[in-house]
Structure formats: structure tokens, C-alpha cells
Design a protein. Structure first.
Length: 203
């Protein structure tokens, strides 16, 4: 038998934690909190409404633009380098001018005297490249990734970036990721790859 202490005022069994039944607990009258100005607060942790808090903590909040106390002149207008139309602050050119500018090969950061457009010599064949990969045991000479792990054939890279130089000591096998790195800081990678080839040859 359940005593009156185990029952809620409505006659249902109490929940041990809330000391009421679930229905009465969910439909209990909620406490309301108000600001000094009379506005009801949505959060019980707040002490003031938004308007009053701005007035108390930021007395100059209503002053915008030139009348604000921290105004420093604002950002100056920014214009396209080519057509002189107004654009975003961090851009150099509008989209139309940027597309025309990017189509010029010399504007590409990887452009080096147009060497990428030169044709390969007649000796640059698939059989010749396969010999270089076989010499390097089908492994990338920078990271050691095997051709099977690379899921594609290894790239054969010219150490001195000269397509006409097909000497074996100027060619090295690289995976696609490492080959992409060598397009930047060419003087640095020339020294690294030259030393790496000498180590492999002597070792």
C-alpha cells in the first residue's frame, strides 16, 4: 500500500527526484523574471534586458559612424587595378579582370621561362621512364612510397628541370605528391634531389 507521502496532490505516484508526478512537474507554473524597466527576461540568468544592458555597459553604443568614440576614419574605398571599379577591400581585381589576368601564362606563379610548353625529346618514351622506375625499385625517392601504394605509376622527374637532359643521373622517381612539391623553390629541391641521388647511387 502506498501512503500519502508517496502520492502527488493529483493522486498519482510521485517521482523521487521531483517530488511530483511527471505530469504535474511538466505543467508546473514557471517562475518569471523581469528587468528593472519591466521587460520580461527570457533567461533566468540575465539581470537586464538587451536595451538596458547596452545602456549600462556601453553608454556610447548608440553612436555609430563618425559620432562613435572609437571612430578612426573607416576603411578607404578599394578599386580594381585594371578597370578601376570599386571592389572588396581584400581583392586586387574584379572577377572579370581576374579571369583575363589569370589566362596570361606569365602571371602563373609556376611559370619559368615557358619551359612547360617545350616538347620532350625523342628519347622520352614510356620504356625509358620504366627503366628509371625499375632502377629506383619502384619507390618514391623522397617519401619511400611504393608504386602500388601510390595507385598509379611514379612520375619521372628532371632534377635540373631541363627536359633535354635525359642522363640517368638527372632523372629520379617521385610520387605525385612529392612531384608537386618540386614545382616550388626549385633551387632548394635541386640540391635536395641531387644529394639524394648521390646517396642512393653510393649506397
Amino acid at each position: 500500500m502506498k501512503t500519502k507521502q508517496d502520492l502527488c496532490n493529483c493522486g498519482k505516484e510521485k517521482d523521487v527526484r521531483s517530488k511530483q508526478c511527471s505530469y504535474c512537474y511538466c505543467h508546473r507554473p514557471k517562475n518569471r523574471y523581469y528587468c528593472e524597466c519591466g521587460t520580461e527576461l527570457a533567461d533566468y540568468r540575465a539581470t537586464h534586458c538587451l536595451e538596458c544592458s547596452l545602456t549600462i555597459h556601453h553608454p556610447q553604443k548608440g553612436k555609430m559612424g563618425e559620432s562613435a568614440p572609437n571612430y578612426k576614419g573607416g576603411k578607404s574605398k578599394h578599386y580594381c587595378l585594371d578597370c578601376k571599379c570599386e571592389i572588396g577591400y581584400y581583392a586586387e581585381r574584379c572577377w572579370e579582370c581576374y579571369v583575363r589576368w589569370a589566362q596570361i601564362p606569365t602571371n602563373n606563379p609556376n611559370y619559368v621561362h615557358g619551359n612547360c610548353y617545350l616538347p620532350y625529346p625523342l628519347g622520352w618514351t614510356n620504356t625509358f621512364k620504366e627503366q628509371i622506375r625499375f632502377r629506383d625499385n619502384y619507390k618514391c625517392q623522397l617519401c619511400g612510397c611504393h608504386e602500388v601504394e601510390n595507385c598509379r605509376k611514379l612520375d619521372v622527374h628532371h632534377i635540373d628541370y631541363n627536359k633535354e637532359n635525359l642522363k640517368e643521373d638527372n632523372l629520379i622517381s617521385l610520387c605525385q605528391k612529392c612531384h608537386g612539391k618540386t614545382n616550388f623553390n626549385r633551387e632548394y629541391w635541386f640540391k635536395i634531389l641531387k644529394d639524394r641521388f648521390c646517396m642512393v647511387k653510393n649506397g
